[in-house]
Design a protein around this ligand. Structure first.
Ligand code: SF4
Ligand code: SF4
Length: 97
């Protein structure tokens, strides 16, 4: 299990989640439009979920159907950042965000 960041984070990125994560497993770089959780390091504490001002963070099993793409996008960022960023742009351009 892991927690997932979904589209409500896009272009908000206030980083409250990064400040509270006890294992520092939430990441963002300068050219990102959202933050990403490293699924292998997340300890499922849920602290970030409560800290997010826009409700962008979900337990993976609670992710809404319309946000399922972010399961893959969060993991993808740790293997291919450019492709993950492109997937985020596509999702937002599709009007689903
Ligand atoms: S659930 Fe806990 S460990 Fe996982 S990303 Fe959130 S704050 Fe970090
Ligand atoms: S707290 Fe929420 S909106 Fe802020 S950076 Fe984290 S996931 Fe994004």
């Amino acid at each position: 299990m892991t927690f997932i960041i979904a589209s409500a984070c896009v272009d908000v990125m206030d980083q409250s989640c990064i400040e509270v994560c006890p294992v520092d497993c939430i990441y963002i770089e300068d050219n990102d439009r959202m933050c990403y959780i490293e699924p292998n390091d997340c300890i499922d504490c849920a602290v970030c979920e409560a800290a997010c001002p826009v409700g962008a963070i979900f337990k993976d099993s609670d992710l809404p159907a319309e946000a399922q793409a972010f399961l893959e996008i969060n993991q993808l960022w740790f293997n291919n950042k450019d492709e993950a960023r492109e997937r985020v742009n596509q999702f937002m351009d599709s009007g689903l965000g």
